[in-house]
Design a protein around this ligand. Structure first.
Ligand SMILES: *[C@@H]1O[C@H](CO)[C@@H](O)[C@H](O)[C@H]1NC(C)=O
Ligand SMILES: *[C@@H]1O[C@H](CO)[C@@H](O)[C@H](O)[C@H]1NC(C)=O
Length: 360
């Protein structure tokens, strides 16, 4: 039933950028606010669905109802960008003043995080005066106090308070912005087997993944491609604008030759060595096949692990070798990702960005 309602609404949504509609799900009334946004130069379209319930509930009750009514991937809203916050502020105008978000205090890392993925709230968090609570504890949650689009703030509140709430259906086709400080080097296979069209799709994935890590000023990003040679496209720095980084990634030429994966890894290690920092060092390697020399690749991956680099591998198509992907991920299974086709790569944006951003 839920699926049917959502499906029909999506039919309408294709026509308009933003839609508000009353939906009754399981006998409860929600207002659906949807937003379709497409990024410049990129074919994929991001979809966001928010469901606002004006019927009050405790934080725990609201959290359960989001999943119960909208499926396993629904959570209380996680506000990850200034753009998303500005959008919500305008859209909430007609509903009331207090809402639960998915924000909660995580005592283990002494920070407020979004329940959807346990990643920290963004630094732009517009806390109300006297908030967040000076000595937060595990019972504290984050609510929105909304008086108008110009006067809207975040507050801490006890999870037992009963207020309206906003559910968000998580889309896997968008990355999750990372607000913990780290260095990331993305290493992309540019070998002949990929083909020019699929290479463009891979660059678009890299661009969108990179955008999740360039949003937080202290973090640094680098981009390297490899074929018979390894080529540095963007050096490890935080001194370029996001626009420049995006443009550079999307304009990357196609090398169209062999698969010397070890050269890409060594080039990345070299970038880390040139300006070492005491933050998590991450390397994400994307490849569509086996490297031309397994031994050299294993040795390079081991050098990176020994250097303290957290390795992640993304295998595209079934021409990849599972054992090599595991090696490229430093032997850690949770850091291996794969996609059957290039077009399905977008489904890895959320899982990869969340896993890289998580500190463990
Ligand atoms: C929930 O997300 C997972 C991971 O992205 C996906 O595989 C699954 O199909 C999603 N479930 C629904 C009901 O959309
Ligand atoms: C692109 O990749 C798909 C697999 O995702 C493959 O079936 C297709 O042949 C590739 N296209 C080209 C032009 O190589």
């Amino acid at each position: 039933m839920v699926k049917t309602i959502l499906f029909i609404l999506h039919g309408f949504l294709a026509l308009s950028a933003v839609l508000c509609a009353k939906v009754t799900v399981g006998g409860k009334d929600f207002t659906l606010i949807s937003r379709y946004a497409s990024r410049e130069n990129v074919l994929e379209i991001d979809e966001f669905d928010y469901f606002v319930s004006v019927v009050p509930n405790t934080w725990t009750g609201a959290d359960n109802e989001c999943r119960f009514f909208f499926g396993e991937n629904a959570t209380l809203v996680a506000i990850e960008s200034v753009e998303e916050w500005n959008f919500l502020k305008i859209k909430l105008e007609n509903f009331g003043s207090l809402y639960w978000t998915g924000g909660m205090y995580n005592p283990q890392i002494s920070a407020f995080v979004w329940s959807a993925h346990n990643l920290p709230l963004p630094p732009f968090a517009p806390w109300d005066q006297g908030h967040p609570a000076p000595n937060p504890n595990a019972l504290h949650r984050v609510s929105i106090a909304h008086w108008s689009r110009h006067q809207a703030f975040w507050r801490t509140a006890a999870y037992t308070e009963s207020i309206p709430y906003i559910c968000e259906v998580q889309r896997a086709t968008q990355p999750v912005d990372c607000y913990s400080e780290n260095d990331l080097i993305i290493v992309l296979d540019s070998s002949g087997s990929i083909g020019a069209a699929n290479y463009t799709t891979a660059l678009s994935f890299v661009d969108r993944l990179a955008s999740a890590f360039t949003v937080h000023e202290p973090s640094r990003l680098s981009f390297i491609i490899f074929s018979d040679i390894a080529q540095l496209q963007i050096s490890l720095t935080n001194s370029y604008t996001r626009e420049f980084i995006s443009r550079t990634i999307l304009a990357t030429q196609y090398l169209d030759s062999g698969t010397s994966t070890w050269l890409g890894i060594d080039k990345a290690i070299e970038q880390f060595d040139l300006s070492p920092r005491d933050v998590p060092l991450n390397m994400v390697i994307l490849t569509d096949g086996m490297s031309n020399d397994g031994d050299l690749t294993v040795a390079a991956a081991q050098r990176a692990v020994t250097r303290g680099i957290r390795m992640f591998s993304v295998g595209i198509t079934d021409a990849t070798n599972p054992a090599e992907l595991l090696t490229l991920a430093g032997g850690v299974r949770d850091r291996v990702f794969s996609s059957e086709t290039f077009d399905d790569l977008v489904n890895l944006l959320a899982p990869v960005s969340i896993t890289v951003c998580t500190k463990n």
